[in-house]
Design a protein around this ligand. Sequence first.
Ligand code: PHE
Length: 356
Amino acid sequence: MSTARLDEVRTAFLADLEEAGSDAAAVETVRIRYAGKKSGLLNELTAHLRELPNEEKRDYGRGLNELKKEIEGSLAEAKKNAGTVIKATAGKITVKGHSPTVTVGGQGRIDVTLPGTPVAQGAQHPVHIVRRRIEEIFLRMGYDVEAGPEVEDDWHNFEALNIPPDHPARDDQDTFYLPQGFLLRTHTSPVQARVMESRKPPIRIVVPGRVYRRDSDLRHSPMFHQLEGLLVDEGITVGHLKATLETFLHALFSDNVEVRLRPGYFPFTEPSAEVDISCIFCDQKGCGVCSGSGWIEILGSGMVDPRVFEAVGVDSDRYTGFAFGLGLDRIAMLVYGIPDLRQLFAGDQRLTRQFA
Ligand code: PHE
């Protein structure tokens, strides 16, 4: 016994206090165990003093006093830091960090109208919001949401989509090439090929995802987001394509927008169409967003080229289909009036906070 016992108690106390952390109730339990008036360990240690032979009393007594001070000091400190936010006694509320004490009527009532501590709230990124909205529109029309790899092979990104090695269409898609014939996909269209290879029609999918091109300015970023659509079944015509796109664009923008199909070219669709909507900013009077034309180009589309069907093993005598692809970032910029594409990827919370 004697001073070794004091050290034991000190070690145990420090461990218990550490465990209690900033939990006010736990700190109080520790206080009672060690410094409690009736049965605290300190009392026991003090009682022990009387039983000691005289020559040991001095050292033990001094050690005990030190320990007491230490325990009391640490407890006071721990209490100050513990999370007792609101303490209610009869008719009085003490709120930590607030002075003076707030007094309300009644016994131990808590004033729920006191302002709380603000909690920082996250926000969804505008591209994410637009993606979810578009997915939901197509989910309602019976489509599934699919995904594919961002690291692609030449076959799915180009060859299967009727873009052979020396095809000029490879030039407008400045590709990031990776070792061993791999590349970063330049569009979401390779997922068309992957899904058709792996499953039989009818197919109805939308595919959102990141795509990559060696390009960077106000309107281009080396990484951006597309959303692909593909529908394959018996008897699908351009009429289905047009009606689907109109339904989609009306749901996304407004029933009042006009949808226009212009002849276009993509190696994997025939015929192909560029799709415009009437300018939602100026009602076609002509403004900066539509460059005075009254129309805004919104997506590329067309009927799946039979050569694509053949490449991926779909019977082109039996099935027809349509596909479309759009830039999610472009639509987010349009909807939210964001002038520079790169702002979307700068990670600046002053942008995203506006969408909380
Ligand atoms: N993949 C094309 C692009 O990136 C868009 C597109 C998809 C066009 C599907 C037609 C059909 O520009």
